[in-house]
Design a binder for this molecule. Structure first.
Ligand SMILES: O=C(O)[C@H](O)COP(=O)(O)O
Length: 346
C-alpha cells in the first residue's frame, strides 16, 4: 500500500463521483471499496500515539470558544445547517498552506513564521474554489501566518459568503475586545480557531538552512530520515512522532468532538502536522507514513460518519477543478447554494 501512494498528494485513488451521478451516498459496498482503495484501514495496535496518554496537557480554550460561537452559527436564509445534522455526518477538509516564501527558497521552515508567496496566494484561492460548495462551520488553523492566510483566502471563495473571523483567546482582554454584538452578523461568520498544536513540526537546528545544501553536507539519506521518518528527530527538533503527540492530541480533543456533533470543519495547517493527522485518520504505519507527501494548497476531503473517517476523493493536482465526491447531504447543501445564490451573494 505504501508504494501505491509514493510521492502522491495523498490517497487520490479513491473512487470518484461519476459525471452522471450528482453524488455518491456512503453505502456499505462503497465504504468497503473506499477502505480498500485508499491507504487501508489496518489494525496497528502497536501504533497508539503517546498523544492519547498526554492529551490532557494540550486541552485549550478552543472548546469554550467554539461553543460560544456555535450557539450563534446556525445558517440562516434557508440553507440547512449541519449542526442540526441528525446523522452526525460531517465534512472534514484538510489543507496544507500554499507555497511560502521559504518553500520557494527551499529553506527548512518549521515553526518560523513566514508568509505565502504570490503563487501560494493563488494556490489558496484555487483551493477555496474547489471547496466552495462544501459546508464549513468552523476552521482550525495553526498559529502561523501561512496557514491562516491560506484559510482566509480560501474562505473568500466560498459560495456561502460567510466571514471567517479569527478568535483571539490569547488573553481575556483580547477575547473581550474582539466580541461581536450582532446575532445576525455572528450568523454570517465562521469562527477561525488558531492553535499552536497544529503548527509545523519544529525543525530544530535545520530551520533557515537550505535543504539542498543540507543534503550535500549531511548526505541525502540522513536528511531524508530527518524529513520523513516517523521517530528520528532532526537536530534539536521534533520527529513526526513528537509532532503527532501535540497535533493528534489536539485533533482528538478539540476537532473530533465538533465533527461528532455534525460540524463541518476545515483545518489549514502544515506538511508534517497534517501528515501526523492523516497517519491517525488513515491508520498508517510508521513505514507507510514515510512516503506520504502533501502538496501545498491541495484540499483533502474526509467524511466523518458513525465514528469513522472516510476519504472522499480529492483533486489530483492544482489544475483539476472541483472536489468530486459528495455525500447526499453535501449534494443537498450544494443544491441549496445554487437556489439561494442570489440571496446569499446580494
Ligand atoms: O518546514 C518546512 O520546511 C516545510 O514546511 C516542510 O518541510 P519538509 O518537506 O522538509 O518536511
Amino acid at each position: 500500500m505504501a508504494t501505491a501512494m509514493s510521492h502522491q498528494s495523498v490517497g487520490f485513488s479513491v473512487s470518484r463521483r461519476s459525471s452522471s451521478s450528482p453524488y455518491a451516498t456512503i453505502s456499505q459496498p462503497l465504504r468497503d471499496s473506499l477502505s480498500v482503495a485508499t491507504i487501508g484501514f489496518k489494525n496497528h495496535s502497536s501504533l497508539s500515539y503517546t498523544s492519547r496518554r498526554n492529551r490532557n496537557l494540550y486541552k485549550t480554550e478552543a472548546i469554550a470558544s467554539v461553543s460560544y460561537h456555535n450557539t450563534a452559527l446556525s445558517l440562516s436564509k434557508n440553507i440547512p445547517e449541519n449542526s442540526q445534522n441528525k446523522s452526525n455526518e460531517a465534512a472534514l477538509i484538510l489543507i496544507r498552506h500554499g507555497e511560502s516564501l521559504w518553500n520557494e527558497k527551499n529553506l527548512f521552515t518549521g515553526c518560523v513564521d513566514v508568509p505565502l508567496t504570490e503563487k501560494g496566494v493563488g494556490e489558496a484561492i484555487e483551493a477555496g474554489k474547489r471547496i466552495s460548495n462544501i459546508p464549513i462551520d468552523v476552521i482550525f488553523t495553526s498559529s502561523l501566518i501561512r496557514a491562516q492566510m491560506t484559510a482566509m483566502l480560501a474562505m473568500i471563495q466560498h459560495r456561502r459568503k460567510k466571514v471567517p473571523i479569527i478568535l483571539h483567546n490569547e488573553s481575556e482582554q483580547a477575547k473581550n475586545w474582539s466580541q461581536v454584538f450582532s446575532e445576525e452578523t455572528k450568523n454570517q461568520s465562521v469562527p477561525v480557531i488558531p492553535a499552536w498544536q497544529l503548527n509545523e513540526r519544529m525543525y530544530g537546528e535545520l530551520q533557515g538552512l537550505d535543504k539542498q545544501e543540507t543534503a550535500e553536507r549531511y548526505g541525502k539519506e540522513q536528511v531524508h530520515e530527518w524529513r520523513r521518518s516517523y521517530d528520528i528527530p532532526p537536530p534539536k527538533g521534533e520527529s513526526l512522532e513528537m509532532c503527532a503527540e501535540r497535533a493528534v492530541a489536539y485533533f482528538e480533543d478539540n476537532i473530533e468532538p465538533k465533527l461528532a456533533a455534525g460540524k463541518n470543519v476545515m483545518i489549514a495547517a502544515h506538511g508534517n502536522s497534517l501528515r501526523s493527522i492523516i497517519m491517525y485518520l488513515d491508520k498508517l504505519t510508521c513505514q507507510e507514513v514515510i512516503s506520504l507527501e502533501l502538496s501545498t494548497g491541495i484540499p483533502l476531503l474526509y467524511i466523518f460518519k458513525e465514528g469513522k473517517f472516510m476519504k472522499r476523493g480529492s483533486p489530483v493536482g492544482p489544475t483539476e477543478a472541483g472536489v468530486y465526491a459528495y455525500t447526499k447531504r453535501l449534494a443537498q447543501y450544494r443544491q441549496k447554494l445554487e437556489e439561494n445564490s442570489e440571496v446569499i451573494c446580494s
